[in-house]
Design a binder for this molecule. Structure first.
Ligand SMILES: O=P(O)(O)OC[C@@H](O)[C@@H](O)c1c[nH]c2ccccc12
Length: 263
């Protein structure tokens, strides 16, 4: 079982997201360590990209801040951040990245570096299932999970996407881009049921979750809840106090999801 899948074994998971280099190198390290201390099960680190098609305004603003702080922001600098994080925590990590970044670095070199640093998975929102063939065997060779996204409109593709998944399956709560919401698609339970029929790979729901009540509700339907924009807002708002705030927020969100019994 992959390190990421193991995260879901004994309890429901809380998975926060933050953008790398927002506000800067050391801030990123401190924020990820704070999320780990707060009890996060896995942290998604977003790699800032100039054309982030699936990102809503909050995540886009984080990308802009990150790229303003370092306009080139070489991938090796982000790998160095992870190396710093690794001196302080063994928490499972995944990158949220657009495919071009992986392609530019080289599939082999990128996934090899991921394994060396303990990046256990990749979420690549602009890589459809049908186009994973080139990267998938290389990622598998280096034990890096390719975490697919399934949406309420994935239709007949749901089963084949789920069957090929390792790590976990990212269930998108609703249509559109990332960002806090007050309502979710009403057929999420059916979506998760269809996935569970064909695989034991765990599911986590993301897009729009920001309150503890929402996280609890989503963790009842799936095996975990993912929260991005709310964490990024804390980073933007609290500056040096962000780590403390992120730790408190994580504690509260984790308590909300863990309250649900595992299946
Ligand atoms: O911000 P939200 O609504 O909490 O959703 C999580 C999301 O931000 C994070 O997982 C993410 C950031 N960028 C993405 C691009 C595609 C899919 C998911 C993401």
């Amino acid at each position: 079982m992959s390190k990421i899948a193991e995260v879901f074994k004994n309890h429901k998971a809380f998975i926060p997201f933050i953008a790398a280099n927002d506000p800067d190198f050391q801030g990123t390290v401190n924020n990820v360590v704070a999320l780990a201390k707060g009890g996060a099960d896995l942290v998604e680190i977003g790699i800032p990209f100039s054309d982030p098609v699936a990102d809503g305004p909050v995540i886009q603003a984080a990308d802009i801040r990150a790229l303003k702080a370092d306009p080139d922001l070489p991938m090796d600098t982000i790998f160095d951040m992870v190396a710093e994080i690794r001196k302080q925590t063994a928490i499972p990590l995944a990158f949220l990245t657009y495919l071009n970044i992986v392609f530019q670095y080289g599939y082999e070199a990128f996934t090899k570096r991921c394994t060396e640093l303990g990046i256990d998975g990749l979420v690549i929102p602009d890589m459809p299932y049908e186009e994973r063939g080139e990267l998938a065997p290389i990622a598998a060779k280096h034990d890096v999970d390719l975490i697919p996204l399934v949406t309420p409109v994935s239709g007949d593709r749901i089963e084949k996407i789920a069957k090929a998944a390792t790590g976990f399956i990212y269930v998108v709560s609703s249509l559109g881009v990332t960002g806090e919401r007050s309502e979710f698609a009403n057929d999420l339970s059916d979506l998760v049921a269809r996935i569970r029929k064909v695989t034991d790979v765990p599911t986590a729901i993301g897009f729009g979750i920001h309150t503890a009540e929402q996280a609890a509700e989503m963790a009842q339907i799936a095996d975990g809840a993912i929260v991005g924009s709310a964490c990024v807002n804390i980073v933007a708002e609290y500056g040096e106090q962000a780590p403390t705030k992120l730790q408190d927020y994580t504690k509260q969100m984790k308590a909300a999801v863990v309250g649900n019994p595992v299946r």
